[in-house]
Design a protein around this ligand. Structure first.
Ligand SMILES: Cc1cc2nc3c(=O)[nH]c(=O)nc-3n(C[C@H](O)[C@H](O)[C@H](O)COP(=O)(O)O)c2cc1C
Length: 331
């Protein structure tokens, strides 16, 4: 397709045609999605934890690198509970991964090791304090995770968080949360972002290996169907309010909550909540059952069809150009 590029500080840094990251999504992102997104001129990424055991992750990277020479990214959970972190970092560096997206925990080691390899590091942040910290550590950009995002959304509206970070930081800001079409891309760049990171839209892609009912639920849902539940990880996470989620409730029960906050029991209870939540997500994403816990953000309201990642990207870019032409004149 013959589309004009959209050049920003971010695309220049990464050598991309478009300032779009296909965001890493637990249980959803896979080799096919990353290859399709990167080949289309965006940046395909995936969480290392989608491939288990770690050897499978390395094999996935080799497969990706056989199919595209374009930049790709890996998401690493950099907190202490992720025991695979050093192995996955090494596999990524060995395979020549061009960038890392870090979430949870301290990204210092990733930044140091990635920079030795010439790779970039983008850190998920939800406020200025954390953004300044990662900037000081040497991060190459921050991903401003705003309210409405899929996964662990931040509390702030994109209207406050993106311009605020843009004003206070020297490194580029990437917008995440609620972006799914040309209009939201255009708005994000107008707010001061140098790129966008899009998750939910790509769940409804032909390449995603989740079940058809999950994809269809993304198409059928409205922003008002998205609720925040503590049942997945202990921290509020965005899910579609299915009958099962309604029945289960959104809050941890008081005993679990007490044990989770108690300094002596915390380290045993938090991993158990995670395990139970992840098992529920995995079941719902891969097998159809009435126990549906489908992770998604408020941009479901902008998703009307299931199509290939390349087509999704081209549509966003095409609509961006059309809308930009249609903005009011100065006179
Ligand atoms: C199903 C799903 C799984 C996600 N898993 C991860 C993950 O493993 N690591 C991560 O850093 N972010 C994860 N996220 C957050 C995305 O990377 C991204 O920040 C978010 O989807 C952007 O908001 P949007 O869904 O409104 O586009 C996930 C989001 C979704 C919807």
């Amino acid at each position: 397709m013959n589309l004009n590029n959209i050049q920003t500080q971010f695309t220049k840094m990464m050598g991309l045609k478009y300032p779009i990251i296909e965001a890493p999504m637990f249980l959803v992102s896979n080799v096919e999605m990353v290859v399709a997104a990167s080949e289309a001129g965006a940046l395909g990424t995936l969480p290392s934890l989608n491939y288990r055991p770690p050897e499978e992750f390395k094999k996935a990277l080799v497969k990706i690198k056989e199919q595209t020479q374009k930049p790709i990214g890996v998401n690493l959970i950099v907190n202490k509970s992720n025991k695979r972190y050093p192995t996955d970092l090494k596999s990524s560096l060995d395979c020549g991964v061009e960038c890392f997206i870090t979430s949870l925990g301290n990204p210092k080691v990733t930044i140091k090791e990635a920079h030795k390899n010439g790779a970039k590091v983008f850190c998920d942040v939800t406020n200025l304090e954390h953004a300044l910290k990662v900037q000081d550590m040497g991060a190459d950009a921050v991903i401003a995770v705003c309210s409405g995002a899929g996964g662990h959304a931040g509390p702030l509206s994109p209207f406050s968080l993106i311009p605020w970070l843009k004003q206070k930081l020297d490194i580029p800001v990437i917008a995440a949360g609620g972006i799914a079409d040309g209009r939201t891309l255009l708005a994000s760049l107008a707010l001061g972002a140098e790129a966008v990171s899009i998750g939910t839209r790509f769940i409804a892609s032909t390449e995603a290996k989740v079940n058809q009912e999950y994809k269809q639920a993304i198409v059928d849902s409205n922003p008002e169907d998205i609720v925040m539940t503590e049942k997945v990880s202990g921290t509020p996470a965005a899910v579609i309010n299915t009958d099962f989620v309604k029945k289960q409730g959104l809050k941890l029960n008081p005993v679990t909550k007490f044990l989770k906050n108690n300094p002596t029991t915390k380290k045993f209870v938090v991993p158990l909540i995670h395990l139970a939540g992840m098992k529920a997500l995995e079941k719902a994403a891969t097998n159809m059952s009435w126990k549906s816990v489908w992770s998604a953000g408020q941009s479901v309201g902008l998703v009307d069809d299931i199509k290939g990642c390349e087509e999704i990207i081209y549509q966003i870019v095409n609509d961006y150009h059309e809308l930009k032409k249609g903005l009011p004149d100065e006179n």
